[in-house]
Design a protein around this ligand. Structure first.
Ligand code: GLN
Length: 191
């Protein structure tokens, strides 16, 4: 069984852990940098990316995570997507830059702070529910990045190699396809 870490400093980590457990993975909540050792993959959940950064600046955590995301399968949702992105706007802030996308934080405006949409996806099984909470907008994608779902014209679920990023919160829907996809990516990376 793969061991999947869920960064548990802040934000929506619990339900990610539940989803992964439902799908048969072993889960480790990661609160200290040394807990990254031996993981097969990691989810960086939604929350507040500035708060994540504040926590991470302590005790070498930022650098440990930076190394992890550059070498192991990682799935960033919402704030996690922002942390993986190469360019962050509104305002600009530090990020791991491992995924060649640009994101604009809190980009869908006051009225659209939260939204539940159903959208086409390239994943088998028909349209997918997507829950957005103060979501970022992916405003640019680099070469070789696959778009698996969109919000309007904007990419909302993207993948490249062992990296997956969503601007929404897949853990808040009962649909487990996105978590299953990440587990498939982890299996692929192990074999
Ligand atoms: N607005 C948050 C940020 O900018 C992201 C929101 C979320 O993760 N649901 O970091």
């Amino acid at each position: 069984r793969p061991i999947i870490g869920v960064l548990a400093l802040q934000g929506a980590y619990d339900i990610h852990a539940e989803r992964l457990t439902e799908l048969g993975a072993s889960v480790r909540l990661v609160r200290r940098p040394e807990q990254l050792a031996g993981l097969d993959g990691l989810i960086i959940p939604g929350g507040e990316s500035t708060t994540f950064l504040k926590h991470l600046e302590r005790a070498g955590f930022y650098d440990a995570l930076d190394e992890f995301v550059h070498t192991k399968p990682t799935f960033g949702t919402c704030a996690g997507c922002i942390l993986l992105a190469k360019d962050v706007a509104n305002p600009t802030q530090r990020s791991f830059g491992v995924l060649d996308i640009a994101v604009e934080r809190n980009a869908y405006g006051r009225q659209n702070d939260s939204a539940i949409l159903s959208t086409e996806t390239t994943l088998p099984g028909g349209p997918m529910e997507m829950v957005f909470i103060r979501a970022p907008r992916i405003s640019r994608i680099g070469e070789g990045i696959e778009i698996l779902a969109r919000r309007g014209d904007d990419p909302a679920l993207v993948r490249k190699g062992p990296l997956l990023a969503a601007t929404f919160h897949p853990e808040l829907s009962t649909d487990t396809r996105v978590h299953q996809l990440f587990l498939d990516m982890v299996h692929q990376a192990r074999s």
